[in-house]
Ligand binder design. Structure first.
Ligand code: NAP
Length: 296
């Protein structure tokens, strides 16, 4: 099987491609936005790096040529002066779908988020919902994987967690009193490969979360314990954080916003975990934490 990956230098992309580099049965075209990102990709004859530009259909067509499945990973949570939800999450997905249709790709995999909805009043969740619709309405067989916070080498979630757990005193949003379902990136990689291998002609949406619900404050304390330290957790009131974020955005542009704060502090709840449907044996949270500490 040959696949193409967009946003190949993302933390999920690097994990997926590292698995593929060790698996002779699969090869990948790894799409990134600039040649300088090639160094973030595994060096393997099974990985073919290519430069893609989401405004240039020819560059996407070259990357998607003769592949069985496209895994679309490019996307952002934090907007910047150069990148916003409309361009990174929606327009980029629209270009990928168009190029995949032209190239006759048999299956698309899209990584979305728990909470994504076209009807959401939160502009991040709405952009992911709109992108999902582009994928599921494309006429191409598709798997949309809605995920919670991801834990693994290089993920933003793991960096923040290790940062907070390494301090004697950590100040976190709302005292970390929100519930998470951290998912091991290795498990997400397995799910992506299963969806690619299925090459289903249907469009399916899966909500895939980690095996154990946990409050963020408890996750920090548990990680600190594994690090052999102790952390005192105090609260940044959410309203204060939002005021600070609004002022900072006005002064500097981009960065953390009220939208992002609402995403981070939302309870990650799903009606039915897709692990069984996808044939996954989820990594226990304890093992995931030990892994990120070992590789920090
Ligand atoms: N990390 C999580 O906890 C989490 C949770 C739920 C869903 N997801 C989704 O999973 C996917 C991968 O996440 P990740 O955390 O691994 O990503 P990441 O490491 O933050 O990487 C983001 C990727 O998006 C690309 N990108 C940024 N702005 C772009 C734009 N305007 N147009 C096109 N591409 C752009 C980046 O390319 P450059 O390097 O060239 O900027 C990079 O390849 C994303 O779609 C994300 O929304 C992640």
């Amino acid at each position: 099987m040959r696949i193409a990956v967009t946003g190949a230098n993302s933390s999920v992309g690097q994990n997926l491609l590292t698995h593929i580099a060790n698996k002779a049965a699969i090869s990948a075209n790894a799409g990134v936005r600039s040649k300088s990102s090639f160094r973030q990709l595994p060096n393997s004859e099974l990985i073919n790096p290519c430069v893609i530009n989401y405004d240039d259909q020819a560059s996407l067509a070259a990357c998607f040529k003769d592949v069985d499945c496209v895994v679309h990973l490019a996307g952002i949570l934090i907007e910047s002066k150069l990148s916003n939800y409309a361009s990174a999450n929606v327009a980029a997905t629209s270009s990928v779908v168009q190029a995949a249709q032209k190239a006759g790709v048999k299956h698309l995999v899209f990584i979305s988020v728990i909470g994504a909805s076209t009807a959401s009043s939160n502009s991040y969740f709405k952009s992911k919902g709109d992108a999902e619709s582009l994928v599921t309405d494309s006429g191409i067989g598709a798997s949309v994987l809605r995920t919670p916070i991801l834990m693994g080498v290089g993920t933003a979630g793991a960096s923040s967690l290790l940062g907070a757990a390494s301090q004697a005193k950590a100040k976190v949003l709302g005292g970390g009193n929100y519930s998470m379902r951290p998912l091991d990136v290795d498990d997400l990689t397995q799910a992506i490969l299963t969806c690619c291998e299925s090459r289903s002609k249907e469009a399916e949406t899966y909500e895939l979360v980690g095996p154990e619900p946990i409050k963020y404050r408890d996750l920090i304390a548990r990680t600190a314990e594994l690090l052999g330290s102790k952390v005192v957790i105090s609260s940044i009131p959410i309203i204060m954080a939002k005021i600070g974020a609004t002022l900072s955005r006005l002064l500097k542009g981009g960065g953390i916003t009220s939208t992002v704060i609402d995403v981070i502090t939302r309870d990650e709840i799903v009606a039915e975990n897709a692990d069984t449907k996808l044939g996954l044996d989820l990594t226990p949270l304890q093992a995931t934490l030990e892994k990120i500490i070992r590789n920090k």
